[in-house]
Design a protein around this ligand. Sequence first.
Ligand code: GDP
Ligand code: MG
Length: 431
Amino acid sequence: LGNKLQDILDRVGKERQLTEPQVKAAMREIRMALLEADVNFGVAKEFVAKVSEKAVGQDVSGSLNSGQTVVKLVHDELIQTLGGKSMQPELKAEGNVWFMVGLQGAGKTTSTGKLAAYYKAKGRRVLLVAADTQRPAARDQLEVLSKQVGVPVLKVADGETPAETRRRVDEHLKTDFRDLVIVDTAGRLQIDEALMDQLADLQTAMQPTETLLVVDAMTGQEALNVAQTFDERVQVSGLIITKMDGDARGGAALSARSVTGKPIYFAGTSEKLSGLDAFHPDRVAGRILGMGDVLGLIERVEMADLKAMEVKKPGDFDLEDLLTQLRQIRKMGPLGDLLKLIPGMSKALPEGFNVDEKQIQRIDAMISSMTLKERRNPKVIDGRRRKRIAAGSGHSVQDINKLLKMHEQMKDMMKMLGRMGGPGGKGPGGK
Ligand code: GDP
Ligand code: MG
C-alpha cells in the first residue's frame, strides 16, 4: 500500500503541465532576452512562436518549477536552432578550396590566417590566396599572417581576371602540393552589386568546396540581411562568427544561422591567430539567454535537496535565504564551478573575488553577524550597522558593501526568473 500511495503522488507530480498563460508570460521575457541579445526581430518572433507551441501542455519536469521548465525548453530549442552539436567543415584528402566572404571588417583576413594555423596544426598543407584587390594593404595583411603561420601565400595582381587567378593557383599546386587552399576576398562595407558580381565571378573560377561567410557578432540586427544577401549571391555553405570575445551576446549567430540554415563552424575569440574555437551551440544558447549555464545549475539543484533552495517569492529573497542557500550549495560539490553557474553570480562577484571555500565562509561569517531583522530586511543596514557587522565578523565595511550589492543583484536575477513562473508551478505573476 505504501508503494501505491507513492505511485499516485508521483503521478500527481508528473501531471503538472504548463498552461497557456504561463507560457505566454514566460515568452514575453524570452523575446526580450532574444532582442537584447540582438537576435533579429523576425527571427525572435518566429522562434518564440515555435517554442510556445511546443511548451503549452508540456509536463513540468521532475523537481523543476514551471519557470525552469520553460527555460529548459527554450534553451534546448535554441541549441537545436543553432545547429545542435558542434560541426566542422568537411575535408577531403585533397582538392579542398575554401572561399571566404563577408562584409569589410567582419574578420575575413584574420579568420583566413586563423584557419591556416588551425589546419596546419592538424597536418594539412595550406595555401593562402590573397584576392582582396580593393585595398593594397589587404594583401600585405594576409602575407604577414601567412609568414606568422608558416604557409605560402599567392597574391592576386591588380587587374588580374578570375581565370588568370585560377590558372596561377593551379600552377602553384603543380610544384608545391597543397590539400587546402583558402581564398581571402575583398570586403564590402555594405552590400554592393558590382562587388558582388566580381565575387561571384571569382567564385565561379575557383570552384570552392566551401564558401564560408564571416559574420561579425557585433553586427546585430543587420546580420540577417547580410547573411541572406550573401547566401543568395554566392551560396554560402557555412558560417564563422567572429568577435565573440566582445560584448555581443551572440544574437547575430542565431539570425545568420536561422536565415541560411547553414552550419556555424567556428567562433572567433580574439585578434590573435590562436583565437579560433569550434562553435558550441550549447554555450552560445546560454549566452544568448544571458543566463550562463543555468541548465547546468538546474540539473545539480535537482540532485540536491530542493526544499532548502526554494524561496517563497523571488522578490522576497533575503540574506537569510542567501545564507541557507550558500550552506546548501556547500554540500553540493566543487564550489567555484557551482557558484559561477548561478545566474548573475559571476557578474555580481567583485573583480578578483576568488570563489573558494574560504570566501563562502567569509560570507557566512558576515551574514551570521547580522541580526535576523537585518537578514530579513537588508534595507535597514545603514552605515552604523555596517560598521558593527564588519567588526563583529572580522571584515571591512567595504566587504559588507560588496556582499549587500551582490545580494541585490542576485535578487534582481531571481525576480527575472520568477516572472517566468513562480516556484512549485504556481504560475506567472510573481512580482
Ligand atoms: P576583413 O575586412 O573581413 O578582412 O576583416 P579583418 O580580418 O581585417 O578584421 C577586422 C578587424 O577585426 C581587425 O582589427 C581584426 O583584428 C579584428 N578581428 C577579427 N576577428 C576578430 C575576433 O574574433 N575577435 C576580435 N576581438 N577581433 C577580431
Ligand atoms: Mg580583409
